[in-house]
Design a protein around this ligand. Structure first.
Ligand code: SF4
Ligand code: SF4
Length: 414
């Protein structure tokens, strides 16, 4: 019997709406689809009648949860079932590597980017990674310069080492949860968030005690390790909530984990029942900042060329609308088109895994086409791995909405 809490599948009315909206089921017949692998097969699992190996194909994109009219958390069923399956069959080396990528990044955080990028992206390493199950054709993000990673870690937007540029807190303090992608590959996104918040009159702290949100561990079937991350982050979130300090993250997947997934995956953990309302996806927080006129968007100077926007699946799963494009649309003169083309196919680390690359690229094809047809040279998305995938599948540059807002507002990026 699984050590993880399981859910009653009887809320499912077998309408199959989730299957229609599942990008993986559309891209490959190897996956039985959310209705089958989720609630339908859960009945067999609960009765101890066996596992469904096709669960390995679920990308945890959450489109089933978003579309289910009965509110069934199909992806949660799948991730808990995958963890129980992996406990029995063993964890693949690639899932261990990806699952612990946040810990690896932390251990290597003092290593210069040129060393990391040569180490990860040369032909020999790619062949070795391919041997352990990471497809050599899949795009890997490049490590950011050490100086930028350091500045973000210190919560400082200044170049001077050890000095903080924290502004006097006219409006209070906020805590930044950068997430692993921003920490190691895109610290300029975090630095832009800090600069914008400071301009709006907030003091920003970047707590050292935050760790990886645990999502790569969940998708790799490493649920016990993910629970340890959830406990560590929840302790810090509870401490900050006690001080009345909101937490802001520019990563939609981290926001989803902190706000919803911990409690969905580990409902029996009382310590995870902290104030989720105090955790904010960064663009939605800035919509409030703009509504309260703490930051003027009227002076921003956008480019003449149009932009194109992609809404990450995990942002849509948060149920907050599309705050990134809404924020940019408030800049006078900025032209931006929403592709509304569904999942990009990367799904965090899904496409990196051997056997998933072609599926991911098939899923992303509609988005790539929409981006190319828009004629834009610059695409916008909140999710780091969506940005990697769009850059891989199109000729576009890709940026986070808040990096652009800072740039158009004349806020220096270093
Ligand atoms: S999980 Fe929801 S959407 Fe899927 S078949 Fe059941 S009721 Fe329908
Ligand atoms: S999480 Fe995504 S891939 Fe998995 S069943 Fe749901 S829609 Fe399909």
């Amino acid at each position: 019997m699984s050590p993880y809490r399981r859910y009653n599948p009887d809320d499912c009315t077998a309408c199959a709406v989730c299957t229609v909206h599942c990008p993986v089921a559309e891209a490959t017949l190897a996956f039985r689809g959310p209705k089958q692998t989720g609630p339908a097969y859960e009945r067999f699992r609960l009765a101890g009648l066996g596992d469904d190996a096709s669960i390995e194909y679920c990308s945890n994109c959450k489109n089933c949860d978003i579309s289910c009219p009965s509110g069934v958390s199909v992806a949660t069923f799948n991730m808990l079932a995958r963890a129980a399956y992996c406990d029995k069959r063993g964890i693949a080396l690639r899932d261990l590597l990806i699952g612990h990528s946040g810990d690896i990044g932390r251990a290597l955080r003092s290593v210069p980017a040129c060393v990391l990028n040569f180490g990860m992206r040369n032909a020999l390493t790619r062949r070795l990674l391919d041997l352990v199950g990471l497809d050599r054709r899949a795009p890997l993000p490049a490590s950011a310069p050490l100086a930028e990673r350091d500045r973000l870690r210190k919560g400082s937007t200044t170049a001077a080492p050890g000095r903080s540029s924290r502004s006097p807190a006219r409006r209070g303090t906020v805590a930044l949860f950068p997430g692993c992608f921003v920490n190691y590959y895109a610290p300029r996104v975090g630095l832009s968030v800090i600069r914008l918040l400071e301009k709006a009159g907030y003091e920003v702290i970047v707590p050292e005690s935050f760790v990886c949100c645990g999502l790569p561990l969940v998708t790799g079937g490493l649920m016990s390790a993910a629970l340890k991350k959830a406990r560590a982050n929840s302790r810090e979130a509870a401490r900050l909530a006690g001080l009345g300090i909101p937490i802001i993250t520019p990563c939609p997947s981290c926001a989803l984990m902190l706000r919803h997934e911990y409690r969905d995956l580990f409902p029996d953990e009382e310590g995870l029942a902290y104030n989720a309302a105090g955790i904010h996806e960064a663009c939605s927080f800035f919509l409030g900042v703009s509504d309260r006129e703490e930051l003027s968007l009227a002076d921003a100077r956008p480019p003449r060329e149009p932009l194109v926007y992609h809404a990450p699946c995990h942002l849509r799963a948060l149920g907050l609308g599309r705050p990134g494009i809404e924020l940019l649309q408030r800049i006078p003169g900025l032209r931006i088109e929403d592709t509304d083309a569904g999942c990009c196919g990367m799904s965090g680390s899904y496409e990196l895994k051997k056997g998933h690359y072609d599926i991911g690229m098939r899923i992303g094809a509609s988005l790539f086409k929409a981006v190319e047809q828009s004629g834009a040279k610059l695409a916008v998305s909140e999710c780091g791995t969506c940005r990697v995938q769009i850059a891989h599948g199109t000729a576009c540059m890709v940026a986070h909405p808040l990096t652009l807002l800072a740039e158009y507002s004349g806020i220096p990026d270093s």
